[in-house]
Ligand binder design. Structure first.
Ligand code: PGA
Length: 251
């Protein structure tokens, strides 16, 4: 059985005071051991969040980490070994904002994925098509290519220790959500692609949906057989809304 997971991607949001308020709200949420809950603050606030969530059962991840495992001369970057030492457990790899805005290539993402795993961080690999690609009927082709980039480089076994988030780019931060069936179709294709290589890895890996997940649509999305939870942006900045999404994943 796969454990449901809800991950909050705070993106480039937050001040010390705002984060403290959000942490207070998160600590008050009723705990359910059934759902794995994680938050991804900006690098600046990771230490504050790890300290503030001690004993809460909520895991902390980073939104980005460097292409090399160990610290060194790489201005502006944070090494996955530094994140691990601080107490981070997860790291996002390949979020569409990093692919598109920061121009991260498949080669860079491969390095980030491997460096994170080398330090004991679990990568959350984000994949998904743009609106143009969906309208051209290329959704499955794009997602398959993004996943193959990791499988062909490192082998499918790396997904025994990774999470995959399907995030259609047109649904991120737009208020447009993939319908539960649209998301399920892509999730089933992702799992089938993994299963061609290793059925057990495919059956165990958590596949999250991301793109305008809210309390009002979470239950329907998470009710689909291959959707194991969500990667939540905007709605994760409100503790009550995020808590409701976490509860939806437990039902
Ligand atoms: P959103 O972002 O929930 O605000 O659409 C999701 C994400 O980018 O991970």
């Amino acid at each position: 059985m796969r454990r449901p997971m809800v991950a909050g991607n705070w993106k480039m949001h937050g001040t010390r005071a705002g984060v403290a308020e959000l942490l207070e709200g998160l600590r008050k949420l009723p705990r359910s051991g059934e759902v794995e809950v994680a938050v991804f603050p900006s690098s600046l606030h990771i230490g504050q969040v790890i300290d503030g969530l001690q004993g809460s059962g909520i895991t902390v991840g980073a939104q980005n980490s460097a292409i090399q495992p160990e610290q060194g001369a790489l201005t502006g970057e944070v090494a996955p070994s530094q994140l691990a030492e601080l107490g981070c457990k997860l790291v996002l790899v390949g979020h569409s904002e990093r692919r598109q805005v920061m121009g991260e290539s498949e080669n860079v993402l491969q390095q980030k994925f491997a460096a994170a795993q080398a330090c004991g961080l679990k990568p959350v690999l984000c994949i998904g098509e743009t609106l143009e690609e969906r309208e051209a009927g290329k959704t499955l082709e794009v997602v398959e290519r993004q996943l193959s980039s990791i499988i062909d480089t490192f082998g499918v076994a790396v997904f025994a220790n990774a999470v995959i988030a399907y995030e259609p780019v047109w649904a991120i931060g737009t208020g447009l959500t993939a319908s539960p069936q649209q998301a399920q179709d892509v999730h089933a294709a992702i799992r089938a692609q993994l299963a061609k290589e290793d059925a057990e890895v495919a059956a165990r890996v958590q596949l999250l949906y991301g793109g305008s997940v809210k309390a009002s649509n979470a239950a329907e999305l998470f009710g689909m057989p291959d959707i194991d939870g969500g990667l939540v942006g905007g709605a994760s900045l409100n503790a009550d809304e995020f808590g409701a999404i976490c509860r939806a994943a437990g039902n």
